[in-house]
Design a protein around this ligand. Structure first.
Ligand SMILES: *Cc1c(COP(=O)(O)O)cnc(C)c1O
Length: 361
């Protein structure tokens, strides 16, 4: 077996010990004689798997009792519709902060269901890209909620603060949830597709404050209703059982092997700091984002000579460094260094980048 270092933006690397445990339990889960994939989602066995996953997640994020944890499907992209459908029933406008491609997608989908007010946008100053500061955020009088993207996965632009607002704060945390500790009580609703920092694709996590379960529009698909999902403990229909089981293993890994989110944050900050230092320390590489808004999860960078992009990627592949191409919409390079990407992967990437710049730069 030769596992390589995987910098994919999503579906992303999973902790190796999690994959090993899943392998060991694949055919026979804990002596029950069947795979998790083959279990009824209503069986005691699977309900215990789901309950432990939720309990461990609540523990990791210190989720207050007045918040529901929902395990849904459809990816973060479905949340772009579910948020206005579930929070826009009392009228008003959806307020959005636009910091990049995912923020824009949320706005485009949101305006199919609610009038939209753009509360703030990221700006470019002297070529630096940065997120809006608190004083630049102007919510409208009739705001039903304020939505933002804590980490723009494609641009590598991350908020260095949590905006405050009189209306419920809604956050797309698809690519930075569980990377550092946070205070859930600052939010009305948090959502994240699983395939970046949680587990396999197919599961979508929603954390929602109880009082927001009664703000829904009358007409919407039953499967889109947070309230229905909450009242049925995320089992109104068949949940993505294997993805939920694997996510549970990741939560357990974060708690027992990593030792919690403080430890995870320290590792993540160290990984990101050395990679940005390698980029800044070499004229051959560049990243345009303001220092305080550089993502610690997704690190986009460009080569001084873009005609070498293909060669860079091919040589990186040969060196066992996978999936370093930037998003198809922006090009360049991007190293996604989520929780499960080991520090050794970042070290190997830095060594490769230095060598490449020396020989071809
Ligand atoms: C990946 C991503 C999405 C889209 O997620 P899907 O689960 O593929 O719908 C949305 N927002 C952010 C911030 C992302 O990183």
């Amino acid at each position: 077996m030769s596992r390589k270092f995987n910098f994919c933006a999503g579906p992303a690397a999973l902790p190796e010990t999690v994959l090993q445990q899943a392998r060991d339990e694949m055919l026979d889960w804990q002596g029950k004689g069947l795979s998790v994939m083959e279990m009824s989602h209503r069986s005691d066995e699977f309900v215990s798997i789901a309950n432990k996953a939720e309990a461990d997640l609540r523990d990791l994020l210190n989720i207050p009792a007045n918040y529901k944890v929902l395990f849904m499907q459809g990816g973060a992209s479905s949340q772009f519709a579910m948020v206005p459908l579930n929070l826009g029933g009392k009228g008003g406008t959806g307020n959005y902060i636009n910091t990049g491609i995912w923020g824009q997608k949320a706005i485009q989908e949101g305006e199919r269901y609610l009038p939209i007010h753009l509360a703030a946008s990221s700006s470019t100053v002297d070529g630096l890209v940065r997120v809006p500061r608190q004083f630049e955020i102007q919510t409208s009088q009739d705001a039903a909620y304020l939505h933002y993207t804590s980490n723009e996965t494609i641009g590598g632009l991350e908020f260095d603060y949590v905006p405050t607002s009189d209306v419920p704060l809604v956050c797309d945390m698809s690519s930075d949830i569980l990377s550092v500790p946070m205070d859930v009580s600052q939010f009305g609703l948090i959502y994240a597709g699983a395939q970046k920092n949680i587990g396999p694709a197919g599961l979508t996590l929603v954390i929602v404050r109880d009082d927001l379960l009664d703000q829904a529009k009358a007409e919407m698909p039953t499967m889109f209703s947070y309230k229905v999902c909450a009242e049925n403990a995320s089992m109104y229909n068949t949940p993505p059982t294997f993805a939920l089981y694997l996510s549970g293993l990741v939560f357990d890994w974060l708690k027992t092997e990593v030792g919690g989110l403080e430890n995870m944050a320290a590792i993540n900050r160290r990984k990101a700091a050395k990679l940005y230092a390698a980029i800044d320390g070499n004229d051959f590489y560049s990243n345009p984002n303001a220092l305080e808004n550089r993502s610690i999860m997704n690190v986009p960078f460009r080569l001084a000579d873009p005609s070498l992009d293909k060669l860079f990627l091919a040589k990186a592949d040969d060196a066992g460094l996978l999936n370093l191409a930037g998003h198809r919409s922006v090009g360049g390079m991007r190293a996604s260094i989520y929780n499960a990407v080991p520090e050794a992967a970042v070290d190997a990437l830095i060594e490769f980048m230095n060598d490449f710049a020396k020989t071809r730069g």
